[in-house]
Design a protein around this ligand. Sequence first.
Ligand code: PBG
Length: 333
Amino acid sequence: MARTALLASLIQRPRRMRRTGALRTLVREARVDPSRFVAPLFVRTGRGVREPIASLPGQMRFSPDELVREAGRLRDLGIPAVLLFGVPDRKDPEAREAYAEDGIVQSAIRLLKRSAPSLAVMTDVCLCAYTDHGHCGVVRGDEIDNDATLELLARTAVSHASAGADVVAPSAMMDGQVGAIRAALDDAGLPDAAIMAYAAKYASGFYGPFRDASGSTPQFGDRRSYQMDPPNVREALREIALDVEQGADIVMVKPALSYLDVIRAARETTALPLAAYWVSGEYAMVKAAVAQGWLDERRAVMEILSAIRRAGADIVITYAAADVAQWLREERA
Ligand code: PBG
């Protein structure tokens, strides 16, 4: 009798709103939606080339003509933006290809802007894929020269924005890079080019597949003297504050999955749009487990993307962008 009375008075039943798909949709707090995605794309020279990247299953290095086709597909799937990474033919100590007028990224931007003008074009601004030593800046002895690097990053950003990039995204983790780029863009008469700052970018072990994809593995040492130390979160807030002061339009936390607490902390301290990058190694882990039959790809990917959105990211940079957009379309059909 006492037990029945207890059950009868169980007024709070959270399961009520989990009963059907429609009810769950209605009360869902964090939504995964392709309109929040940025798709990373690798561009290389050639024609008609789609070169699979072994360590990033499903991702390709595209020649510019194929890049245009892929970008059109992404746009048609409702993805508003792409983030371009160049895979240059030539490398040298000064990263000349990074800021060459007719460099691979600059040419790709012009093509994209002509063929898919409604797509936002973002570009990674860094030197590591263009230097023969593979570091993100100018090397002096065995150090990376911060201030000498700023000039090259600024030149690279201006060359991208002149070619038509909507957003440049400095990822070298040099002090003052956002301010240097903002000043250079303004001087070049490009006040409308926006900056997405890789503000809190950690020295992560999860960039391995990306470095393989873009040929940007450092030939000596590592990136720990410029990228952030993984255990730090207050330092991330300092980095974000500095980038906001220097004129960032979007701030980013990277990687995303291993740094959800950093995304949350960033969300609570800035009113700017916040991006999070679910990086190559974090993505490849899922793909590898799926290939073994150990994980269900859709469930794992949707759960991770939900977590990144729930942590507070507005924008999610993800290699799964096209797949997820396709799945959601199939579910609606
Ligand atoms: C360039 C850059 C890297 C990534 C984005 N921009 C590599 C690095 O810093 O070593 C990593 C992206 C990913 O792993 O998906 N500096």
